[in-house]
Design a protein around this ligand. Structure first.
Ligand SMILES: NC(=O)c1ccc[n+]([C@@H]2O[C@H](COP(=O)([O-])OP(=O)(O)OC[C@H]3O[C@@H](n4cnc5c(N)ncnc54)[C@H](O)[C@@H]3O)[C@@H](O)[C@H]2O)c1
Length: 427
């Protein structure tokens, strides 16, 4: 695979350094072109951090199809990883289709809130644009993995793994993300633009009920339904809230279930700051304002002012946990399982130069690209990660130094297993 990483920010840098750290095991990527609008950043990652060789820098404008095509042609690229913010998705996705090369992104094409009832009805949903082109991707013979990363991404693979190995029938899939990060001035762990977007869009939920027996998506208010979830890895109890996320759109496409939600531990003070941005129009991504000779949106301005999370999280301590809480039925009993991956910030900085949020994000896409390069994931079309066999992905997580675990939670099924364990000691 001749790989083009578009965007040398937190996620793009992590993807390159994860491949580098694999040594000869990373030879499925014969060439890795690290490209960014900011060519100095691409050079730093390819030459300084990854040490050159098969890592090559390039300048690219991901908003411009011709610029992408030129880099693809110059380097004989066969697969592109989109590690830019999702405003660029349509251009990169369509250009890859046109060039007949594979594609993967870590955030899907954006949704638009319902014009009259934004906190009630779903409207244009995350990824709608991409799934509308499913047949074209199938015909091209190429794979587009939409919504890779950790959440979405690894969390979706975990849902599929649970379906395959742990349940007879699934009831709910609830993605839960929490951390115990401290010693940082930064509220942001990854792309500032995307964090503002996902936190301030009306969160979406999938549900089957009497009125909608086939299931439907609906929306709620920002940060709705707070709940306390107990996370492994020494993190403990964290309050998590609903946030708009791709897993809720992806999982029901492949896994039959009654409810899908995404909640993460946005601290109360950070929620307040984000809502203030919203209230004063500073999160606005549509209205262009003339400032001197430039025309920018209020959100462009905010993103310029807030320090890059790549630099601002270097002293951060603590761990982040990403995972999928799946409930359903097994052997006639109700069962509850959390499948998770915990990453330590300082450990990731030492290994990959990047924080645990973006390193944990990048490992999934790198594994997926290895599976595609080796023909293990081979179904042409535009898919979410849950479309493919989860086993070879899960098998590789520990080899890539991101070991995952499953936690059997309190349930009827756990009681049965625990009671049997008591008797088994007598055998
Ligand atoms: N799925 C997940 O779990 C997950 C988690 C974190 C981030 N993400 C997604 O990953 C993506 C990257 O996040 P990040 O934290 O690395 O962002 P970042 O802001 O650190 O990096 C983005 C990079 O894109 C470059 N860029 C901006 N405009 C460009 C253009 N026109 N052409 C070329 N390059 C351009 C910037 O210079 C920057 O280096 C985002 O879409 C984010 O939502 C997904």
């Amino acid at each position: 695979m001749k790989l083009l990483i578009i965007g040398a920010g937190g996620v793009g840098t992590s993807a390159a350094t994860i491949i580098k750290r694999r040594g000869a095991e990373g030879d499925w990527a014969e060439k890795v072109v690290v490209a960014d609008y900011d060519v100095a950043r691409a050079e730093k990652v390819a030459n300084e951090i990854c040490g050159g060789g098969k890592f090559v820098p390039a300048q690219i404008n991901a908003m411009d199809a011709d610029s992408i095509k030129a880099v693809v042609k110059e380097h004989g690229i066969t697969f592109a990883m989109n590690a830019c913010d999702p405003r660029m998705n349509e251009t990169i996705f369509d250009t890859c289709l046109e060039c007949k090369i594979g594609y993967l992104d870590c955030a899907m094409t954006l949704g638009t809130e319902h014009p009259e009832k934004p906190y009630e009805l779903a409207h244009i949903k995350l990824g709608d644009y991409q799934f509308a082109k499913q047949k074209e991707w199938e015909a091209s013979g190429q794979i587009a993995v939409c919504g890779s990363g950790v959440e979405p991404g690894m969390a979706d693979v975990f849902a599929k793994y649970a379906q395959k190995h742990l349940f007879d029938k699934i009831d709910r899939v609830d993605v839960r993300d929490g951390d115990n990060y401290g010693n940082t001035d930064s509220d942001f762990g990854f792309s500032v633009w995307t964090t503002i977007e996902e936190c301030l869009q009306p969160p979406v939920i999938w549900e089957k009920n009497e009125e909608h027996p086939e299931g439907h998506w609906f929306c709620t208010e920002q940060f709705s339904e707070p709940e306390v979830f107990n996370f492994p890895g020494g993190i403990g109890d964290v309050e998590v809230v609903n946030v708009e996320h791709e897993e809720v759109l992806l999982v029901p496409r492949e896994i039959d279930c009654n409810r899908v939600t995404f909640k993460y531990g946005v601290p109360a003070e950070f929620r307040r700051k984000l809502l203030v941005l919203h209230e004063y129009g500073l999160a606005d991504k549509r209205t262009k304002i003339k400032v001197g000779d430039a025309e920018i949106t209020p959100r462009d301005f905010v993103c310029k002012v807030i320090p890059s999370p790549v630099d601002a999280t270097m002293t951060m301590t603590g761990k982040g946990c990403a995972g999928t809480w799946v409930t359903g039925w097994k052997d006639g009993k109700y069962r509850s399982i959390y499948l998770y991956q915990v990453a330590d910030n300082q450990d990731c900085i030492q290994k990959y130069t990047t924080n645990s949020v973006v390193a944990q994000t990048a490992v999934g896409p790198v594994i997926m690209m290895e599976l595609i390069a080796k023909g293990i994931w081979s179904d042409a079309g535009a898919w979410g990660p849950e479309h493919f066999d989860p086993d070879p992905f899960v098998e590789r997580l520990a080899k890539y130094e991101f070991p995952a675990g499953i936690r059997e939670m309190d349930s009827e099924y756990a009681d049965m297993v625990n009671e049997q364990a008591m008797l088994d000691l007598l055998k």
